[in-house]
Design a protein around this ligand. Structure first.
Ligand SMILES: [Zn+2]
Length: 456
């Protein structure tokens, strides 16, 4: 047993001041009370952020693909994708583990305590499956275990190059030709996650363009309905046009009409929706994973947040290509995109509840937990694992804010320098701006990046 006493702990009913959290030997919360003796922490504890969408290997190209060459070729999502494929072709299992460990250490330092890994880089460089089908996934789990982040590994079914098209050469590391191939990969994935208590798994389809329709229908019918299901959908206008040409329906409409879309579904991006699609997702209870910094970077478009939220739509955030790793910034970019088109400042307002920062943290957390395959009723419930990001009570804006302004001070003005540390399963994993295994992780990452030469 150990006890932490924080200046404040965020509850559904506001801040509990001088809050003491007793954690048992399994990292679970044994009690929450006030003014108990324990490790005094000069900070305010928020529930750890949930990163509901990640492609770890893409961290190796974060910030690149911005040297626009003036070739006259439009530099858009699709040209970015070619650069990403080129990187994907070169990465070995060891290198993936080093990249993912660096990324996860950085996520923890920024306050994320769980990540859903939308994983499609399955095979060896020549496109042949590894002896262990889940070799690459296992390396992601190893990186998560090493750094202490929770991971939900979601191997992707990726079968073809586009609607009705064979895969291209550059996609050879992603491909499962049949459902049976994919199910074998899924079985191997379950084994990979069994070595780490902080790991879970889910089922996934990369996108409607990547899987034959009859196989998408069959997989979603036969999959374990208790695990989360992730899919990229409607990120790009071209994808809508291609889907309309092939299916005669928009992607989300096709999904709603052909699959039992429900609260275990996590639709990643869902940027371009018409009115029936917005209502259809909201009514189904499914979740949308919004990735504001990546969507902005790739020029995807703005999610129809206001209409969706007004119909009770559920959403979480993800960092996707990892051009941004600050959860507060993700919430801000999401909010500001909406403000710029609505000319209002009430993006996260819910009837009678006007605290934008609190609402954003709560909405993203609840749906984010489901994306991990977990259900939590409230923040910091007795019996749940103790995962928290602790904001520094000494930083200037925080030290001078009243409790009613704290969530907004964090969401609208904080960066990583305002974080005192991050706790997963009752233990500090990052403190004072550094992951606890920082030096080794950086050294491994530098070695790998020197080999890959992708940032030179
Ligand atoms: Zn993605």
């Amino acid at each position: 047993m150990k006890t932490y006493t924080f200046k404040g702990l965020l509850t559904e009913n506001g801040w509990l001041v001088n809050a003491s959290v007793v954690v048992d030997e399994n990292g679970k919360i044994a009690s929450v009370s006030q003014n108990t003796e324990g490790e005094k922490v000069n900070g305010f504890a928020l529930p750890g952020f949930q990163n509901a969408h990640s492609h770890a290997f893409q961290y190796a190209m974060a910030g690149l693909a911005e040297l626009h060459e003036g070739t006259g070729v439009p530099d858009d999502f699709w040209s970015w994708r070619t650069a990403m494929y080129n990187l994907a072709l070169t990465i070995s299992p060891d290198q993936l583990e080093d990249i993912a460990a660096m990324l996860y250490a950085e996520m923890l330092r920024h306050g994320y305590t769980s990540v859903a890994e939308f994983h499609y880089l399955h095979h060896d460089k020549d496109g042949k499956p590894f002896a262990n089908l889940s070799e690459m996934g296992e390396r992601l789990v190893a990186a998560a275990k090493k750094t202490g982040i929770r991971i939900t590994l979601v191997p992707m079914f990726y079968q073809q190059g586009g609607f009705g098209q064979a895969p291209v050469e550059k996609q050879k590391r992603f491909i499962s030709e049949t459902i049976e191939d994919y199910l074998k990969l899924l079985e191997a994935t379950k084994k990979s996650v069994s070595v780490y208590d902080g790991a879970n798994w889910g089922t996934g389809i990369h996108s409607l363009r990547a899987v034959k329709p009859q196989d998408a229908v069959r997989l979603t019918k036969e999959m374990d309905q208790n695990q989360p299901f992730h899919i990229h959908v409607s990120e790009q206008l071209k994808e809508i046009e291609d889907c309309l040409a092939f299916h005669g329906k928009r992607p989300v409409q096709w999904l709603l009409d052909n699959c039992d879309v429900n609260e275990n579904y996590h639709l990643v991006h869902a940027t371009h929706l018409d009115d029936p699609e917005v209502s259809g997702i909201a009514k189904s209870g499914a979740n949308v994973v919004i990735c504001p910094s990546t969507e902005g970077n790739l020029g995807d478009g703005l999610f129809r947040f206001e209409a969706y939220k007004n119909q009770g739509g559920k959403w979480s955030i993800g960092t996707d290509s990892h051009v941004g790793l600050n959860p507060f910034e993700e919430l801000r970019i999401l909010d500001y995109g909406q403000r710029l088109i609505s000319h209002k400042r009430t993006t996260f307002y819910e009837s009678g509840k006007g605290d934008s920062g609190f609402n954003a943290i709560k909405m993203a957390w609840e749906s984010g937990r489901k994306a991990m395959g977990e259900q939590n009723e409230t923040f910091f419930k007795v019996g749940d694992s103790f995962d928290a990001v602790v904001m520094d009570a000494d930083s200037a804006l925080v030290a001078t804010a009243s409790t009613k302004n704290l969530c907004n001070t964090f969401v609208y003005s904080a960066d990583v320098s305002n974080i005192l540390g991050t706790i997963v399963n009752g233990n500090w994993v990052a403190k004072h701006g550094k992951h606890l295994n920082h030096d080794q992780t950086v050294s491994d990452f530098k070695k790998t990046m020197a080999q890959l030469k992708s940032r030179q």
